[in-house]
Design a protein around this ligand. Structure first.
Ligand code: PMP
Length: 361
């Protein structure tokens, strides 16, 4: 074991120590092969079996019906901002975007390069402090799909349920909430998630797409990013992110050991509530997001006396509470509380915040 700080980073984020220790085992002799996972052929039976197991773990955790495919791709979540239109959107069709913060805006801006994208609802005018209700979205039959970001990592605002878009296929960037709660998969045509939050590894993006949306990839779609071609080759057209898949597998084992999605969801809610409660106690701290739409994963807040922010970060860091600065675009402070955040980190944070407020309030 080694020295561990309390790490509140937004992703890459803290991982369970036991998972890090298990990951080490794969760096020695992996599965008695006489070499490590990093040295294993991706076409070998052992790695193929690991990929199949990992896919099954995701299917089980999310209760995915057979007509949803699971893909392990590269390029992170951001690459999907382009790959979704290339794979799913005919050049003249319109994609709808719900704009709720930094990441949905990035998805929209990138999507615009591939066709007539349209913002069908936005909370920009109120500073991304809420999720616009579905009843106010400009949903219409002419939309080929509708894109949302259910948890806005930089703004700390989160959908509280899986929205019903009727016949318009719903596509969700679940990067910062993936596997933090059970979802109603029927509501979605596609979900995708960069793995560096609840699962750990960077670069890997997990794409889950419904069969009927496929078949219309544009001819210029790169082969390694063509959903249908990758599905046919079990995500092994080219060398997959092998260590990332391995870490994902270990995190899914750990998730199961914790009791699964319902259990971690309750745990996540209770951790975030303890921080929000403290923030709301008086006027010293401030959370800009309306209480009903606050993120369970990323608690974004500020100190009203903004000149104290740097002091807060320095004192926190001296106590071993690190990576509490807000996203560069949003500013302020942020405590990310993904599945792996231990309770003692959260209680260390709230007692520090209490103490800081007592001394400077
Ligand atoms: N979407 C969301 C919601 C995110 O939080 C992030 C990363 N913070 C991204 C997309 C981009 O992910 P990547 O760096 O893997 O491209």
């Amino acid at each position: 074991s080694f020295r561990r700080t309390y790490n509140f980073a937004a992703g890459p984020a803290t991982l369970p120590q036991e998972v890090l220790e298990r990951a080490r085992a794969g760096l020695a002799d992996w599965q008695d092969l006489g070499y490590s996972l990093l040295e294993a052929p991706f076409t070998g039976d052992e790695f193929k079996a690991l990929m199949e197991t990992t896919q099954q773990q995701i299917r089980t955790a999310l209760a995915l019906p057979d007509h949803y495919h699971v893909l392990f791709l590269q390029g992170g979540a951001s690459a999907q901002f382009s790959l979704i239109p290339l794979n799913l959107l005919p050049p003249t069709a319109t994609a709808g975007y719900v704009e709720t913060g930094h990441w949905s805006t990035r998805a929209f801006e990138e999507g615009q390069r591939y066709g007539p994208a349209q913002v069908i609802a936005s909370s920009r005018d109120s500073g991304f402090d809420r999720i616009p209700p579905v009843s106010q979205w400009a949903l219409s039959e002419h939309l080929h799909y509708c894109h949302i970001t259910p948890n806005e990592t930089a703004n700390g605002v989160q959908f509280q349920s899986d929205p019903d878009c009727g016949s318009v296929p719903l596509i969700a960037d679940m990067t910062s909430e993936f596997l933090s709660r059970p979802i109603d998969i029927k509501r979605y045509g596609m979900i995708y998630a960069g793995a560096q939050k609840n699962l750990g590894p960077t670069g890997l993006v997990i794409v889950i797409v419904r069969e009927d949306l496929l078949g219309g990839a544009r001819p210029e779609t790169p082969t390694v990013f063509n959903y249908q071609l990758q599905i046919a080759q079990q995500s092994r057209i080219n060398t997959p992110l092998m260590f990332a898949v391995y870490l994902t597998h270990l995190m899914l084992v750990w998730l199961e050991e914790q009791g699964g999605l319902k259990t971690v969801q309750a745990h996540n809610i209770s951790q975030s509530q303890s921080v929000y409660r403290l923030i709301d106690e008086d006027d010293f701290f401030h959370c800009p997001v309306i209480p009903e739409h606050r993120s369970v994963m990323n608690v974004c807040f500020s100190i009203r006396a903004t000149q104290l922010t740097q002091r807060f970060l320095a004192e926190a860091s001296a106590r071993g509470l690190v990576n509490l600065a807000g996203h560069s675009q949003a500013g302020g402070l942020r405590a990310s509380l993904y599945n792996a955040q231990p309770d003692d980190a959260v209680s260390a944070l709230t007692s520090f915040m209490n103490d800081f407020r007592r001394r400077y309030g």
